[in-house]
Design a protein around this ligand. Structure first.
Ligand code: NI
Length: 132
């Protein structure tokens, strides 16, 4: 670890302290480290070539046309990107799938878009992170 001092306006420091208290973060140093990491990850995943870990989750109606087959085909096509697929049968019609991926940010983005473009897909969510 290295040490450096940070100067900021009193108002901003007070807001920062309130934010840390609300978050339950232990101390200003830990809080600043956390914010810097979040910002670096946010910038990093914006670069198409960054190696990221991600989760794409989506809900779909498996009774709709051949949606289930199309999604399986899409997963086979992207087998180099996908680490794990979890499937949960939610009710008589709906399934929740979570695809854990590792690869370039652009590839994860493209896979999420391809999943979303299928008719019958509901609520696609994408999460990406990297080790900083
Ligand atoms: Ni199912």
């Amino acid at each position: 670890m290295i040490r450096f001092s940070v100067s900021m306006e009193k108002d901003l420091a007070e807001k920062f302290d309130r934010y840390l208290e609300k978050k339950g973060t232990n101390g200003r140093s830990a809080g600043i480290r956390l914010l810097i990491r979040e910002k670096l990850i946010e910038e990093g995943i914006r670069n198409p070539q960054t190696e990221v870990y991600g989760i794409i989750s989506y809900i779909y109606d498996y009774t709709k046309s051949d949606l289930e087959n199309r999604l399986t085909e899409l997963q086979h096509k992207n087998k180099g990107l996908i680490i794990i697929t979890s499937h949960i049968h939610l009710d008589e019609h709906n399934c929740l799938e979570m695809v854990t991926v590792k690869g370039q940010s652009i590839s994860v983005q493209r896979l999420a878009e391809e999943i979303e473009s299928n008719k019958g897909i509901k609520s696609v969510k994408k999460l990406m992170t990297e080790v900083v």
